[in-house]
Ligand binder design. Structure first.
Ligand code: TXA
Ligand code: MG
Length: 321
């Protein structure tokens, strides 16, 4: 079958734009994870995104822009939102803003909501394609709904085969975890999804207070519509905080204190949490392919990015009903 993974170069970028203007979807790298991208105003391609991912239609997509000005065409920034965008864009921060209903962002891309999640990714390929098209791109993570996000081109093909016409291979997503999502439409501002940019980092650099659901004692309230409890899950059950795996387990370890087991991968032998984050989804996918009884996971410290890694692992380990 014809290869659908292409190197990043001017020809593949121009072909990608042709696909996008012809109602297709393509997969491209963001600094966080790979995205399945469509013209945000194109109803046909948006419906392809939902179908490919088997994503419920009530779960809105993030709209990617190449500038704050482009975002302002379809979203309303209050002062604080603008401060955040100016500080963190391009980068792994998504802002939920009030939406202007205009057709460059189709209703179906945002599940008909009157808010919209927007970000400017720190990814050359994303920014080039948006600039070429002069249109924002709707792009969820390039994985089947509920499965582990993709951090390289092969992951995308493992998920969708040749149903995605074009996957541009720009190497590995360097951060490896999805963007932090902050709702700025009402106070207190809430973090709807944890990511690399933390509440402390935001406070230290902008003085703005954003809260976690747990801070307001409201942990039962649903998060973003897509933040269903079970997520990021391999097919193999995951068991957390295991120091000694069983002989038939796959083992995801961390740090140098762990000796070698067969069927094991180490997130970071140096104990570096950034390295662990960038390896997390790839290693979960690789261990899943071994089809063992379970994937046992060594404890990962919960400081800094470790908190986000543990949140993703916890959700991946939630059992099916
Ligand atoms: O790093 C990322 O954010 C990646 C790359 C490709 O940019 N994208 C990504 O998209 O993770 P996705 O679709 O996998 O996750 C988007 C999340 C979902 O949980 C969705 O419910 C939430 O954003 N979301 C989108 N629009 C929203 C809105 N208006 N209000 C609340 N949550 C929203
Ligand atoms: Mg996702």
């Amino acid at each position: 079958m014809k290869n659908n993974i292409f190197k990043e170069n001017s020809r593949s970028i121009s072909n990608a734009c042709d696909y996008l203007t012809n109602n297709e979807v393509i997969a491209i790298k963001a600094e966080t994870v790979y995205g399945l991208a469509a013209d945000a105003g194109n109803r046909i391609s948006i419906s392809k995104v939902y179908k490919l991912k088997k994503r419920p239609i009530y779960n809105p997509l993030i709209i990617h822009v190449n500038s704050i000005d482009m975002a302002k065409e379809f979203a309303i920034f209050n002062n604080d939102a603008e401060v955040l965008a100016r500080r963190y864009w391009p980068g792994p921060l998504t802002l939920i803003l009030k939406r202007r209903k205009i057709k460059i962002v189709h209703n179906d891309a945002v599940a008909g909501l009157d808010t919209v999640a927007v970000r400017m990714p720190n990814s050359k390929i994303f920014l080039k394609i948006i600039s070429f098209l002069k249109k924002p791109l709707a792009a969820p993570s390039a994985n089947k709904s509920g499965y582990i996000s993709s951090t390289n081109a092969n992951h995308v093909r493992d998920c969708f085969g040749h149903k995605v016409k074009m996957i541009i291979d720009s190497g590995k997503s360097n951060l490896g975890l999805e963007s932090t999502i902050i709702d700025t439409t009402k106070k207190p501002y809430l973090i709807r999804r944890l990511g690399i940019i933390s509440k402390k980092e935001i406070f230290d650099s902008t003085g703005l207070k954003v809260l976690l659901k747990s801070d307001i004692g409201n942990s039962k309230k649903p998060n973003s519509p897509g933040q269903l409890k079970k997520h990021y899950s391999p097919k193999t059950p995951i068991i957390l905080n295991v120091k000694k795996p069983g002989k038939d387990d796959a083992f995801l370890s961390f740090g140098k204190q762990v000796s070698r087991y067969p069927s094991s991968l180490n997130l970071s032998t140096k104990g570096d949490l950034n390295e662990a984050a960038s390896n997390l989804f790839d290693y979960l996918r690789r261990l899943d392919k071994l089809k063992k009884n379970k994937i046992a996971v060594f404890p990962v410290p919960s400081n800094g990015i470790g908190k986000v890694i543990n949140e993703r692992l916890k959700r991946a380990s939630v059992k099916n009903d």
